[in-house]
Design a protein around this ligand. Sequence first.
Ligand code: NDP
Ligand code: 8X3
Length: 256
Amino acid sequence: MNPIRGKWALVTGATSGFGKAIADLFAKNGCNVIITGRRAERLEALEHILREKYGVQVLSYCFDVRDLNQCVEMSNDLLSREIVPDILVNNAGLASGKSKIHEGLIADWEKMIDTNIKGLLYITRSILPMMVERHEGHIINIGSTAGHIIYPEGNVYNATKFAVKALNEAINLDLAGTNIRCCSIDPGAAETEFSVVRFHGDEEKAAKVYEGYTPLKAEDIANVVYYVVTTPPHVNITNLVMYPTAQRSVYVWDKE
Ligand code: NDP
Ligand code: 8X3
């Protein structure tokens, strides 16, 4: 039997890209899903589609992961429904801007630090105690190859993804003695709304990032997340790095 059928997975940032593909694949495999994001219309549409298409239970919470109170409100609401997520995918995140550090916009830095680091911490702190009480669960942190190698003008985004890598290791260490597993999945270039967000809505500039090679697709990341969460309970994959075949490192590309 499919090991995630009938379980509950919480996926943050499910209104586009990886999060949406992960929620879809989980639901397709009979897993009940809790989806979050800030764009209410998209969230409601996805909630409806997943429920109708796959017949699973779907809950949606529209909020900003930078708001601790709203993170806590969601976990309290889940508690009141007696729902403990079996799987937490810390996916909500972004790059905002790409510029030399002495020219960077402070507002961009704060957005990335508050979302990618503090948001991930707020969600984890709200949900993990429920898993610890049950002694089981699985956390997937979406990191990045940007958390392994710094590239020019990546500065603060790189720093936030290095932090995700560090926190992923920390969570694993602190969960020794429980059956809770924790893995960071670290993709290279993947075509989603990521670059449009990074370049503040400049679609032309964003499209250039994916020219001349085949980037990863959101579904590739979803497949890997699915693989990791369906390994047997004694297997804890703690880190998985994936690039498009045309990108061997942040610096080595095979472009047309
Ligand atoms: P998208 O922009 O397509 O999706 C990002 C998701 O995060 C959206 O659903 C967005 O929802 C949500 N989100 C962003 N900020 C917040 C916030 N403050 N509160 C709640 N939700 C938020 O990008 P990706 O799918 O590519 O990105 C997903 C993750 O993968 C990010 O952590 C990113 O850093 C990482 N990543 C991306 C790579 C890539 O090349 N695409 C490679 C490696 C890692 P909404 O706007 O509705 O709130
Ligand atoms: C996103 C991949 O290379 O743009 O994390 O930083 S990259």
